[in-house]
Design a protein around this ligand. Structure first.
Ligand SMILES: Nc1nc2c(ncn2[C@@H]2O[C@H](COP(=O)(O)OP(=O)(O)O)[C@@H](O)[C@H]2O)c(=O)[nH]1
Ligand SMILES: Nc1nc2c(ncn2[C@@H]2O[C@H](COP(=O)(O)OP(=O)(O)O)[C@@H](O)[C@H]2O)c(=O)[nH]1
Lengths: 293, 293
């Protein structure tokens, strides 16, 4: 199994923390993901340093690009299943004074991976087909409480027809429960009006025995909180979370954040659907457009 | 007494909430400040609607400006002293995809007010000199935990020599106490390296009896939390704050935010110093540069 996950959002929205939290290991040391990956120290269990898999996509170091593409790979074990996880990050996105077209290097990377797959499909020796296509894009929304910014909408419009788009509200602990309700409604309305297609449950989830599924997708955009720190709650439990003078946030508590729903969607329940939709719907669309000219 | 306060920051950083919290009254209804001021309802006690004082500076509605200048005035009573408060806001700042020169309409507004004063100084009838110059600029920093963004630095460099600059960390409840310490240190270092001059205590605060003063200025950039909502703490007290599933933040509790320090600086202890430095240092500099060249 492999999962190629694209993570996009402005610097400081907790992207690397969330990835570490999702996969329950320090894939990125704090600040490593978006700020140069020197402190990264990943082993693949065979004595190989997988951080060498870090590539810079097509943007060589010579090109003065404001948005870079960085990749980090590691083998993860989830519920006894081995998963080859690759996270593609785009440091620099939204961080300049002028962010015109900052989505472009990211869309180029998605296309490059489609092209790579197209090429390998055309080779005679097809048994070792490696799937590097982007299976899902987590888009991190700033928790302003107001709505999406122009750049957020622009990015979603450019990307939703190329990969499974899953918007998340970053650092949602900044919002009260009421503010989250209003914010989610505003975001959903703005995305609808912009005709942005989000990753949705496949048709069979309309069956009665898929109740928990209904709940997962209703939570989108997921209001998440990430943390790999162990903290102690007021009633003495040790949990992953963030400790403040006024209380302790528990990452895995569904009353505190939608983190568990995101994790279930990405890894436990819909991994196969994500890869399948990429292959059967998104890639096919790309392929036919490309072959038609 | 009057205080002309410039408030700048991206949309959604809690600017209007903070102004309402500082002056303990709904100067702005939620969302009124940066999103058109239609719902504003201010009276000056004489049956006049002071919201008509709302001006759009030099940017007439005809001009397609991404950054607008909006003004709201009201008479406030603080500790039995009447204060004519004017808040100048710049909605649109930092909210576009391309924010090049978005600081310019704001600097133009500061200059326009200096020019207005210069002109009135030159009139024969000088007894009714109205001081509309900007006495302080509160700059709202996004609480990313990393550091200042390029636009933040650019703004501070353009403005620090024209008005008393007071940076604040917006919505600081998103950061743990440790994160606030690191973040403040990073911000201060970045501002120093950019040679940005912040509003500082006047010389006499070096005397022994000014200990509390030393504390106020050490807190800059102030890590603030704003709220006009009454919430109930776990031990039953009614306070201004924000209620989360994991705890209640109290705005006026110095363990929860620097709000009290900011309020003391702006209104209770340094109001006169702010107006004085504007008049004797910043305006003088502007005036001499203007007359010389
Ligand atoms: N309040 C809050 N802070 C977070 C959360 N996740 C990460 N942070 C903090 O935000 C800062 C930036 O996180 P980082 O993962 O480096 O962000 P990135 O630049 O998007 O990769 C760090 O100080 C984190 O501890 C969260 O869910 N809530
Ligand atoms: N977490 C947190 N939220 C805040 C704070 N101040 C305001 N907010 C919320 O942030 C949202 C935007 O606030 P607003 O004052 O309209 O921001 P503005 O656009 O900068 O004027 C509202 O939902 C407020 O309740 C704060 O100190 N902390």
């Amino acid at each position: 199994f492999n999962l190629n996950l694209l993570c996009v959002g402005y610097k400081g929205l907790g992207k690397s923390t969330l990835i570490n939290t999702l996969f329950n290991r320090e894939l990125y040391e704090q600040d490593a993901l978006s700020h140069g990956v020197q402190s990264l120290d990943l082993g693949d269990g065979n004595g190989n340093d997988v951080s060498v898999k870090k590539e810079n996509g097509e943007n060589g170091p010579a090109e003065e690009n404001k948005v870079k593409i960085e990749t980090v790979s590691a083998e993860i074990e989830e519920n006894g299943v081995k998963l080859q996880l690759t996270v593609v990050d785009a440091p620099g996105f939204g961080d300049s004074i002028d962010n015109t077209d900052s989505w472009k290097p990211i869309v180029d990377e998605i296309n490059r991976r489609f092209d790579q797959y197209l090429e390998s499909e055309n080779k005679i020796q097809r048994t070792t087909l490696q799937d590097n296509r982007i299976h899902a894009c987590l888009y991190f929304i700033e928790p302003t409480g107001h709505g999406l910014k122009p750049l957020d909408l622009e990015f979603c419009k450019q990307v939703h027809s190329k990969c499974n788009l899953i918007p998340v509200i970053a650092k949602s602990d900044i919002l009260t429960d009421e503010e989250i309700v209003t914010f989610k409604a505003t975001i959903k309305k703005q995305l609808e009006q912009a005709n942005v297609q989000l990753f949705e449950p496949p048709q069979y989830s309309m069956l009665g025995d898929e109740t928990s599924t209904e709940n997962i997708f209703e939570k989108i955009p997921f209001a998440i909180v990430g943390s790999t720190e162990q903290v102690t709650t007021e009633d003495g439990r040790k949990v992953r979370g963030r400790a403040y003078p006024w209380g302790v946030i528990e990452v895995d508590n569904t009353k505190h954040s939608d983190f568990v729903y995101l994790r279930d969607l990405l890894i436990r329940q819909y991994l196969e659907e994500l890869r399948e939709r990429t292959n059967k719907v998104l890639y096919e669309k790309y392929r036919s457009e490309k072959l038609l000219g």
